[in-house]
Design a protein around this ligand. Structure first.
Ligand code: MG
Ligand code: MG
Length: 304
């Protein structure tokens, strides 16, 4: 069997975030030589293109509780198409962000691919935050705090139906790791939806390996595969300083790698997002370097 190609897609957008800069994330990951290093693993690399959008200074904000909604919808529609194209070619989409709202596009593309085969999609979400706000609960109106609700079919109808009339994912197939900053109303939504959130407290108590094992079981049981959506703020700011919303108490360098290695080793991983890299806050591109290393681990790079 031939080796599955990695299909790179860059998404230059920061409209979903509260501060400028993550639109430059894909460029910083390119500077860290992502394509050459994936190729050095023995994986063919395909370039599926770049999604660009307007800069926030040049476009109307729109509704205060869902800022830049129409531009974000447009970007997600385009990304959804590219992810579907990657899967139709038999490739593994690697989506370079961009703020985390782009996951509505990538995960919807994955979900549509699996639905066409009569399958469900699992979703493994690595993040300091639960990203499960709704426009009516969000303190900021920044859509990068809302993708999970929309993927579950809640929130703004056009974003909630990116995967068609059915939600992109069922809550029973979603697991989050690394969470340590949750808005008050988000706690209620987590309870209402039943999404399994492995907080840093639980990971401290039970150990990361046990929690990763449980999370992988959730995203692979009853699904045709799972997508890894990796927000770099899941990693501790000591190792990933170049993120827009840093929260202390995150994963160490090795813990972050362990998650990606375990996801690759388990089988069933069908693509990934690497998001929220903010080069304007980074230290000599260290976070972009980490992002590339994590992508390599998720593509199967092992120590031995
Ligand atoms: Mg996020
Ligand atoms: Mg986050």
């Amino acid at each position: 069997m031939s080796v599955q190609a990695a299909a790179l897609i860059s998404v230059h957008m920061d409209l979903g975030a509260g501060r400028r800069g993550v639109d430059m994330g894909p460029s910083a990951i390119r500077v860290a030589r992502v394509s050459e290093r994936i190729a050095a693993l023995g994986r063919p690399v395909e370039e599926l293109g770049s999604v660009y959008t307007r800069e926030p200074e040049t476009v109307e904000v729109g509704a205060a509780n869902a800022r830049y909604h129409s531009e974000i919808l447009d970007v997600c529609c385009r990304l959804r198409g590219l992810v579907q194209e990657a899967r139709a070619r038999g490739s593994f989409p690697v989506v370079l962000g961009g703020d985390h709202s782009i996951a509505m596009g990538s995960v919807s593309g994955q979900a549509l691919h699996h639905r066409s085969r009569g399958e469900k999609l699992g979703l493994l979400w690595i993040d300091a935050h639960t990203d499960i706000n709704l426009p009516e609960t969000s303190p900021s109106g920044n859509i990068h705090g809302m993708p999970v609700s929309h993927l579950l079919g809640r929130g703004l109808p056009d974003l909630a139906s990116l995967a068609g009339p059915e939600p992109a994912v069922d809550a029973a197939h979603v697991a989050m790791l690394g969470v340590r900053s949750v808005d008050r109303r988000e706690r209620e939504i987590v309870t209402e939806t039943g999404v399994r959130v492995f907080t840093m407290t639980e990971i401290d108590e039970r150990g990361l390996a046990a929690c990763v094992r449980d999370a992988l079981k959730i995203v692979t049981t009853g699904t045709g595969g799972f997508h890894l959506s990796f927000d770099l703020d899941g990693v501790d700011p000591r190792y990933a300083p170049g993120v827009g919303s840093p929260v202390p108490g995150g994963f160490t360098y090795r813990e972050a790698h362990y998650i990606c290695e375990a996801a690759a080793r388990h089988g069933g991983l069908v693509g990934l997002d690497m998001v929220e890299l903010n080069p304007t806050l980074d230290a000599r591109n260290a976070t972009a370097e980490l992002a590339v290393q994590l992508i390599l681990s998720a593509l199967g790079k092992t120590i031995l």
